[in-house]
Design a binder for this molecule. Sequence first.
Ligand SMILES: Nc1ncnc2c1ncn2[C@@H]1O[C@H](COP(=O)(O)OP(=O)(O)OP(=O)(O)O)[C@@H](O)[C@H]1O
Length: 337
Amino acid sequence: MTTDTTTKDTAPGATAPGETVLDARGVTMRFGGLTAVRGVDLTVNAGEIVGLIGPNGAGKTTFFNCLTGLYVPTEGEVRYKGNVLPPKSFKVTAAGIARTFQNIRLFANMTVLENVLVGRHTRTKEGFWSAVLRGPGFHKAEKASRDRAMELLRFVGLDHKSEHLARNLPYGEQRKLEIARALASEPGLLLLDEPTAGMNPQETRTTEELVFAIRDMGIAVLVIEHDMRFIFNLCDRVAVLVQGEKLVEGDSATVQGDERVVAAYLGEPFEDAPGAEEVAEVEAAEAHAEAAEAHAETAEPDAEAAEAAETAETDADTTADAADTTTDAAPGKENDR
Ligand SMILES: Nc1ncnc2c1ncn2[C@@H]1O[C@H](COP(=O)(O)OP(=O)(O)OP(=O)(O)O)[C@@H](O)[C@H]1O
């Protein structure tokens, strides 16, 4: 069965056109002495798909974690639809931001349907006693949840596998199930962390269609991905992080044409690169160390020469002494000459 991305339904968490969904300002995250994210500003507006790219270790996932309450930024502020986000991930989910993870985090021994139902817990109002007593309200809510979960499974093309254990799904389908589970919390913003990692080209193409369909339902999307073709096909805007700082932001053509982005990916230094000060410091320290080494090397031969000269001098003295001794020992020799 294929993904049913033809639905034109508006998602319950959909955002009105023109509204700013996400507004991150000056987000900085330090781990001890390491600044993983430094003063990053980023907005995502209703109806947009925004990409976040950057070389390994650039701080993309750390930035995501700051947006979803997993980390409390050391500095900066994150607003969702105008409100500052609470510093707890379940509260962020309840507010309307859902995410998937770089390393798939499904409940492996639960069924596909159960995984999606878990994703709905922030939207179900039935409390503990309702669940224990199992009154009519509980049954009604449970049925509504199951219906919505099946709808989402149909949307990602997994309804025929609803009773399979999550761990038995192929890798690409596990990623789709993660998306369905994230959608179950009825978000207004979906964050996808490397949604096509490990997928074949066909699966990647299907995921692309799926993300467009999510956007068409009124859910804004922020996506981290290393697959550049996927990113540039998909995104309205792309932000590039390098060494924790936002280097460039713009549409696909602008970013692709920026030589600093190419240089950052190839690991080539360029003027005013983020972290340039640190790089300059390291280079200066290396140059200093090299100069000191070179000096030591040139100084060494002199020392050797001095030592050799000293040894030669000692040898000469010894020889002379020996000669003197010989002379002394054989007084008759001089007479022999
Ligand atoms: N919890 C942590 N404690 C200490 N350092 C961390 C922590 N999380 C991330 N880092 C460091 O922060 C930097 C950014 O890491 P991050 O995972 O955010 O990069 P990334 O751009 O997502 O990389 P990748 O593309 O490889 O996933 C790295 O140097 C990483 O080692």
